[in-house]
Write a protein that binds this ligand. Structure first.
Ligand code: F6P
Length: 372
């Protein structure tokens, strides 16, 4: 007699989540297993808010955006409960037992890998499936959601061309990516942006302004700048490094708390960064400039064919692992196949764009300014 499989979706939603839920539920049903979904991420697990993912419930969801289970950014070990923040991992383990689960499958990004690992330490069998439009989960070639967001961001770059051209303007397009520039780089290359800025390469204002001016001198009196929300100038990057070293050097708990708050404030001023960039370029080049922030449009709507395929591939492979009782792993995409990567190897790491990545080389080869 086999137990049930639990599933939850956590972190920012990502196109392809429903396709993965459907793949897991259908594959598990073929084994005669019951699949129980928990609503709104780890909060639903704590509160035992469930939905039985029968074949009726998962029917017709392959093409739907978002997640039918709902999601949240709640962390099991730091859960706001009333006016307090509590470690609720034990409670979650009780709910796991009460539902007679063999395994809990957590669909999420970098934070979810860590949270799932925390539950594993509590004795739960867990498997994770990586998703995020940012494509920055360590240990997997790619995450689902990225391809859809890449398509949306590329279309935005395409569309901005005609209006920037007509008005002889610089248009700065901010795309998502707090810590990594996969989306900005991919959409920038695919859409033909003139400048691409990302967190991995702190930019020099003057270098960017010069690139735009060179275009004007060559008779191209408009420019498109694709920028990841977490991109920072060299000065900004220096300030962040100093804030980080203040945390490391803090002598007391209070000092550390204050230094952390300062870092968080600097990091949260991302819209401010892009606005400053837009205004700074206008001042330095004398060209009228506008800012477009694409925001959550990138996470919405129906998943691309590529994301549906990837989510289905990872979802079915996940059930294979359940059959083998391989737990404590993330189902990573590796070429056309999958690999079970131990969670210990994934947590606390991030897949950033390496300086020698082929996309970086290609961007430079076609004359894109990367701000350095
Ligand atoms: O983690 C994915 C992501 O889409 C990031 O690109 C973005 O910075 C963040 O989520 C936005 O989070 P929220 O939807 O909670 O504002």
């Amino acid at each position: 007699m086999t137990g049930s499989i639990g599933i939850l979706t956590a972190g920012g939603d990502s196109p392809g989540l429903n396709a993965a839920i459907r793949a897991i539920s259908r594959s598990a049903a073929a084994d005669g297993r019951q699949v129980i979904g928990f609503r709104d991420g780890f909060r639903g697990l704590m509160e035992n808010r469930t939905v039985r993912l029968s074949s009726d419930v998962v029917s017709g969801i392959l093409t739907a955006g978002g997640t039918l289970l709902g999601t949240s950014r709640d962390k099991p070990h730091k859960m706001p409960v009333g006016s307090r923040t509590l470690d609720m991992r034990e409670k979650m383990a009780e709910v796991y037992e009460a539902n007679h689960l063999d395994v809990l499958i957590c669909l999420g990004g970098g934070g979810t890998q860590k949270n799932a690992f925390g539950l594993m330490e509590q004795g739960l069998n867990v498997i994770t499936v990586p998703k995020t439009i940012d494509n920055d989960v360590y240990g997997t070639d790619v995450t689902f959601g990225f391809d859809t967001a890449l398509g949306i961001a590329t279309e935005a770059v395409d569309r901005l061309h005609s209006t920037a051209h007509s008005h002889h303007r610089i248009i700065v397009l901010e795309v998502m990516g707090h810590n990594t520039g996969w989306l900005a780089l991919g959409a920038g290359i695919a859409g033909g942006a003139d400048v691409i800025l990302m967190p991995e390469i702190p930019y020099d204002f003057d270098v960017v302004a010069q690139a735009v001016l060179r275009r004007s001198q060559a008779g191209k009196n408009f420019s498109i700048v694709a920028v990841a929300e977490g991109a920072v100038s060299r000065e900004g990057s220096q300030e962040l490094a100093e804030a980080r070293s203040r945390i490391a050097a803090a002598d007391s708990k209070q000092e550390r708390k204050e230094a952390k708050a300062e870092l968080a404030e600097r990091q949260s001023d991302q819209v401010g960064n892009t606005l400053r960039l837009t205004r700074g370029l206008e001042e330095r080049t004398g060209l009228e400039s506008r800012l477009t922030i694409l925001g959550h449009v990138q996470r919405g709507g129906t998943p691309s064919a590529g994301d549906r395929l990837l989510a289905t591939r990872l979802g079915t492979a996940c059930v294979e692992l359940v059959r083998e009782q391989t737990y404590g792993v993330m189902v990573a995409s590796r070429g056309d196949g999958v690999e079970a990567v131990p969670l210990e190897e994934v947590i606390g790491k991030r897949k950033v764009v390496p300086g020698d990545h082929p996309w970086v080389a290609s961007a430079r080869s076609v004359g894109v300014c990367l701000g350095d």
